[in-house]
Design a binder for this molecule. Structure first.
Ligand code: FAD
Length: 458
């Protein structure tokens, strides 16, 4: 009997109906948001840490790949079973373990969906700041693995700023807890920070200790419309230099504005760029921040209009354009290369100009929008898959986008991770010596290379 058969028989014997091996289940768990398909041989629906530890021990003994999985919303193939093996789903581990109001922290299981956590802590006057747009269908474990972030990152940061501790199952099946509730704790290397963003390649996260924040008393949403993208980018830095730290500063470029207008008929101005800004705090703070931003807008000759949402309905209208871009892109072409590059905020205008040049050079629509406040641009290179020439041009354009981004001191990924889709570019950004160091770290955690092998090409 070969190793895989022995391992799967043992898993079926010990975990019984927590194992799925039928074709339909294997196909259901073969995807993530990349829409690439790699069916696992077996799916384990773990219900507690013991199930995870047992699965890992068996996988390690027989040297079989085991890929942790949350809700499969990843954009870079991190949860795909490239080489078959075991899909270890944590979706059923979705409970709150302890809410510690005095320390404003919470222990949760890794399979808890971010949105459910928000709902759980809201009645206590608290919220969990990291807000990836996928928060209704992504797990805390997946958010940790990808160091996810969302619009609120400008003021509140990303996952790594809110994770205080982790329960981990290591490659040999042993269970450890790293981090603590202490605000200051410098004993040993910071393994919490090492695991956050490690894309499920070092250990399985089974539980997480997260910081919480009091809900703000008030917030306000503003929209500034520009006739010049460069001025919009410069305005981002002007706002921050004025002492206002907004919760979010999102931008939408002219191509995105046109796409949303054409698709929905919504009343948007003919503009080069729109900034959507949200501020929060107590009522007086919010008022002051709004006044400062309004003044900056009034002083800028490139501003076509400035508006403040007066109620929830108007707020929704402001956010509509930003939220509707992705679903309407299919009107331009049937596929896109969707990259989440990030550059130092000061280089935003320069990067947007370079993207326009690349768009002209390869004769392809490139639609840009994203989190201007943290320099994170969602670059969407649109192409028709039935045209071999267009597909080739799109791939070449993407390489050039990464090259330009790296030249400006940026990173090939600000949110979605490397996974399998950006492997070719990691060394370009980090250099060989650094990638070798990462490989040695991987080896120290996982000598048999069973946990999520083939990811980040480690
Ligand atoms: C429409 C849409 C919008 C999105 N918006 C954002 C956004 O605004 N910001 C952002 O950052 N991302 C965004 N994403 C990407 C994605 O949602 C995030 O990366 C999310 O964190 C993935 O969570 P998941 O539970 O779906 O993880 P999965 O896709 O299941 O897995 C992602 C990675 O995490 C690993 N993993 C999962 N659980 C564990 C665990 N318990 N222990 C160890 N490793 C684990 C997997 O092996 C894999 O490598 C978006 C995706 C979509 C489809």
């Amino acid at each position: 009997m070969n190793a895989k058969r022995k391992a799967y028989d043992m898993l079926k014997k010990k975990l019984k109906n927590k194992c799925l091996t039928d074709t339909l289940s294997r196909i259901q768990y073969a995807y993530d948001a990349t829409q690439k398909m790699y069916p696992p041989d077996i799916v384990i629906l773990a219900e507690d840490t013991n199930d995870v530890a047992l699965t890992i021990k068996i996988a390690n003994k027989y040297k079989i790949p085991v890929v942790p999985r949350g809700w499969g919303s990843g954009f870079t193939g991190g949860t795909l079973n490239v080489d078959g093996g075991i899909c270890l789903s944590l979706e059923k581990m979705d409970k709150v373990i302890e809410l510690d109001l005095e320390n404003m922290m919470i222990w949760v299981e890794a399979g808890m969906v971010n949105w459910d956590l928000q709902g759980y802590v809201k009645p206590y006057g608290l919220f969990f700041p990291p807000d990836p747009s996928s928060w209704k269908f992504s797990t805390i474990g997946g958010n940790i693995a990808e160091n996810a972030g969302g619009p609120r990152a400008v003021k509140y940061g990303v996952m790594k700023d809110w994770v205080k501790g982790l329960e981990l199952v290591l490659a040999n099946g042993s269970v450890i807890t790293v981090g603590s509730k202490n605000i200051k704790d410098v004993a040993g290397y910071d393994l919490v920070d090492l695991i956050v963003g490690s894309e499920g390649t070092l250990a399985i996260v089974t539980k997480a200790l997260l910081k919480l924040h009091p809900l703000p008393e008030a917030k306000k949403t503003m929209q500034i419309v520009f006739d010049n993208m460069r001025e919009a980018a410069v305005m981002v830095n002007k706002i921050l230099l004025s002492g206002v730290i907004p919760v979010a500063i999102e931008f939408v470029d002219k191509f995105a504005i046109k796409t949303v207008k054409d698709a929905t008929g919504v009343d948007l101005p003919d503009a080069d760029a729109i900034l959507i800004i949200e501020v929060d705090g107590n009522k007086a703070e919010v008022e002051l921040q709004t006044q400062k931003i309004e003044q900056l807008a009034k002083d800028n000759k490139s501003v076509i209009s400035f508006s403040i949402a007066k109620n929830a309905e108007e707020e929704e209208k402001v956010w509509f354009a930003r939220r509707t871009i992705s679903p309407t892109l299919k009107r331009i072409a049937n596929d896109k290369l969707n990259e989440d590059i990030v550059i130092p905020r000061s280089k935003l205008a320069e990067m947007i100009e370079r993207l326009e040049k690349i768009s002209k050079k390869y004769d392809l629509s490139i639609v840009n929008f994203g989190h201007a406040g943290d320099g994170n641009i969602h670059v969407n290179i649109m192409y028709h898959t039935d045209s071999a020439d267009e597909t080739k041009r799109a791939n070449r354009a993407m390489e050039e986008v990464f090259d330009e981004c790296i030249k400006l001191g940026g990173s090939i990924t600000g949110e979605h991770g490397v996974g399998i889709t950006k492997q070719d570019f990691l060394e370009k950004q980090l250099g060989r010596t650094q990638v070798e160091l990462l490989r040695r770290i991987k080896k120290a955690f996982d000598p048999n290379n069973i946990i999520n092998p083939h990811k980040m090409r480690l």
